[in-house]
Design a protein around this ligand. Structure first.
Ligand SMILES: Nc1ncnc2c1ncn2[C@@H]1O[C@H](COP(=O)(O)OP(=O)(O)OP(=O)(O)O)[C@@H](O)[C@H]1O
Ligand SMILES: [Mg+2]
Length: 373
């Protein structure tokens, strides 16, 4: 299985620790996501003026876009204590009851990966969110009784990478939903300069631009590439993060100028050179690059589709003209660009986070194309 390294949007335990140091602590320090920031600022400040806990807040968006960061900022802006737990940690409703019944008034409860919470706990959460009450079940079987227990008014901040997987009754109980989009290169540059300052690494503007362009619209990737470039500059250079150092380091880590890594490029290479740009079925494509179909579909394709290199059509995967240009090739005159061409678009932010790989992706999955060459 391909272990994505440099450009994975997800973080391991060690990286989570490093990230803590780079987290902005106030809304004013949080870069980008202007609409979310403004809406959130209103929600928080109006609640403070009324001296009440704000509405429950749901944050949805892909990994590494700043959900955890924003949850911490919300508590900090409110001057409220923060309790952190996650969906997978809540296996039974009792786990949730234990958390809810010990909340202080006005506390912010951050429930990460809320879509992975156990079903029975979900129902307990509905009641808690709406009525600030939990029903504690005492006894078993027919003799069991529910004892209602009042809990302190709190604000739930839920985070999910899969808003579509939340049951509607849960989604409806949030007063405000923040949709996190991919970041623009200029915003990533700003984040990079801030992080470089915290790391004490002198980052030149051109190097920041270079790193930002390869970060796939994701602050986590930008910060990671920054650390790689810093390491490179320290060991091979004079410690300054220059354009030349940035380019050399990112080449070493096989992150190309648009943020494609080795697997992404292998897929495009096979698609263009062996299948003349497609259409080709997913499993054929996967076998040709020596990977599982799932790896190709889940790890590589979303970004390739979002950036307009690849289209999923009913007849299979098809390379776009941009893919040919990016790989330094000229498409043959009879290349099929697929009907999906215009549909995949070049707008990274808008669609990928919410339905990437689901919704429309599934239907145009190209399994019928399995028997092509
Ligand atoms: N708007 C931002 N401004 C500055 N830094 C940011 C911003 N958003 C994210 N970061 C940085 O990116 C890293 C990842 O952010 P964060 O952990 O909040 O992502 P996440 O959405 O919670 O990811 P996951 O879904 O994996 O939990 C952190 O180091 C954080 O400092
Ligand atoms: Mg997080």
């Amino acid at each position: 299985m391909y272990e994505r390294d440099a450009v994975s949007p997800e973080a391991d335990v060690e990286e989570h620790q490093i990230e803590g140091a780079l987290r902005p602590k106030a809304l004013s320090e949080f870069v980008g996501q202007h609409r979310v920031r403004e809406q959130l600022s209103l929600v928080l400040h109006s609640a403070q003026r009324r001296n009440r806990a704000p509405d429950h807040i749901l944050m949805s968006g892909g990994p590494g876009l700043g959900k955890t960061t924003l949850a911490m900022i919300i508590a900090a802006e409110l001057g409220a204590p923060l309790r952190i737990t996650s969906g997978p940690a809540i296996e039974r409703s009792g786990d949730l009851a234990a958390v809810l019944s010990t909340l202080q008034e006005g506390e912010v409860l951050f429930l990460d990966e809320i879509h992975r919470m156990a079903r029975p706990a979900e129902e307990m959460l509905y009641v808690a969110m709406e009525d600030f009450r939990v029903d504690v079940i005492v006894g078993k079987g027919p003799g069991a009784t529910a004892i209602p227990l009042d809990i302190a008014p709190f604000t739930l901040v839920g985070a999910t990478t899969r808003a579509g997987m939340l049951p509607a009754p849960l989604r409806d109980r949030f007063g405000f939903t923040a949709h996190m989009d991919f970041y623009e290169p200029a915003e990533l540059e700003q984040i990079l300069h801030r992080s470089a300052g915290l790391l004490g690494a002198p980052l030149e503007a051109a190097a920041a631009g270079e790193i930002a362009g390869r970060s796939r619209g994701t602050p986590r990737i930008a910060n990671r590439l920054l650390r790689r470039v810093r390491d490179y500059a320290e060991v091979r250079g004079d410690g300054r993060l220059t354009l030349a150092n940035a380019r050399a380091a990112l080449e070493l880590y096989e992150v190309d100028p648009l943020g494609l890594d080795r697997l992404d490029r292998a897929i495009l290479d096979v698609l263009l050179n062996r299948f003349r740009g497609g259409p080709v079925g997913l499993s054929t494509l996967a076998v040709s690059v020596g990977e599982e179909a799932e790896t190709v579909e889940v790890v590589a394709e979303p970004f390739l589709v979002r950036s307009g290199f690849l289209a999923r059509t009913p007849r299979g995967r098809v390379a776009t003209p941009m893919a040919w240009t990016h790989m330094g090739l000229t498409p043959p005159p009879d290349a099929a660009f697929g009907a999906a061409m215009g549909a995949s678009g070049r707008n990274p932010g808008s669609s990928a986070g919410n339905n990437g790989g689901r919704g429309n992706g599934r239907q145009a999955d190209g399994e019928q194309g399995e028997n092509s060459p």
